[in-house]
Design a binder for this molecule. Structure first.
Ligand code: PSU
Ligand code: MN
Length: 307
């Protein structure tokens, strides 16, 4: 762990890391901006339970009162969930300001990676990452998540990315930045709600042991960046491509018509897709996060075993 004056480890996370036990980081923008209350809080707490059941300690990451938290209490998770979009969605550029002013922030993939790395946590589970937006060739809207994957050595386990993004350009960007994109049990990049996208990942990996081995090797080689593990949604919870693509198409058109831009874009699209598909997409979203949490806990356990 780096000595960072603004960082607080929860007692459970601190003792697990000190004893070399597996820890899995979790983001908080998915709580505040990614799901409605109260499902967001129920899901966040259930994800923590799943990580424990699979042999690791969960560390939900957030900024609370200016403190960078690796490990939130139930009360803090409840607070983030109730506040929802009132909480600042905190990316890399927001961290110093929030810490200096003693403010709250919900951490995206980017800031969760930063804080996990400060704390000494190597594995992070979430739902979907940000990427290159459709039309980025003119808007230049490319998520900071991709830059963070290029520079911060944390393994991010997700269900791919939603096709609110340009998945092909997202893969091109990750290739340029030297970020390995691994498919768990698949050769194909999953598209969050669906198991297939038509785009190939770099490598297929079939076990948590091998995920741990590749990550460890990357560190031994002194490579700077992280690693993206894409884990397809379980078949029984996956959605009809036509249904989800129609909702995504409409959400994108509304965002354009309303001039939504900057950090509002992703939360707007996520909320509209959820509304347009009723509760179905939310149920799928919850299940894929559970699935990623299980894999992350097992992978973190393999990393800890090999120490
Ligand atoms: N994609 C999802 N669900 C999410 C997010 C993205 O399917 O909750 C959140 C994550 O916190 C991610 C952030 O890091 O949005 C990316 O935002 P932006 O596109 O503004 O970089
Ligand atoms: Mn953006």
């Amino acid at each position: 762990m780096q000595n960072v004056p603004h960082l607080d480890l929860s007692p459970e996370v601190s003792s697990a890391l000190g004893a070399g036990q597996p820890v899995v980081a979790l983001e908080s923008t998915i709580i505040s901006h990614g799901m409605p209350y109260p499902q967001n809080v129920q899901t966040a707490l259930a994800v923590e339970d799943i990580i424990r059941q699979n042999g690791a300690v969960p560390a939900t990451v957030a900024v609370i009162g200016g403190r960078l938290k690796a490990g939130c209490t139930r009360r803090e998770i409840e607070y983030l969930g109730r506040q929802g979009t009132n909480i600042t969605k905190a990316s890399r550029r927001d961290l110093a300001m929030l810490a200096a002013r003693g403010m709250d922030g919900a951490t995206t993939v980017t800031t969760t990676m930063i804080i996990a790395h400060m704390a000494g946590i190597q594995v992070f589970a979430t739902g979907g990452i940000g990427g290159v937006h459709r039309g980025a060739e003119t808007t230049m809207d490319i998520s900071a998540d991709l830059e963070e994957l290029a520079q911060t050595p944390v393994m991010v386990i997700c269900a791919g990315a939603k096709s609110i993004l340009d998945l092909g350009l997202t893969l091109e960007y990750l290739e340029t930045k030297g970020v390995p994109v691994l498919g768990y049990g698949t050769d194909e990049l999953p598209a969050f709600y669906t198991r297939r996208s038509g785009f190939k990942v770099d490598y297929r990996v079939d076990t948590p042991q091998e995920l741990a081995a590749v990550f460890r090797t990357s560190r031994e080689l002194g490579l700077a960046g992280g690693m993206l593990v894409t884990n397809p949604i379980p078949e029984e919870y996956s959605m009809e491509p036509d249904v989800i693509n129609a909702a995504i198409g409409q959400a994108l058109a509304e965002a354009k018509a309303q001039g939504i831009h900057g950090k509002e874009t992703t939360p707007f699209l996520l909320a509209r897709v959820k509304d347009l598909t009723g509760g179905d997409s939310l149920a799928s979203n919850i299940q894929l996060v559970f699935n990623n949490a299980r894999l992350a806990a097992r992978t973190a356990a393999c990393l800890a075993d090999a120490r």
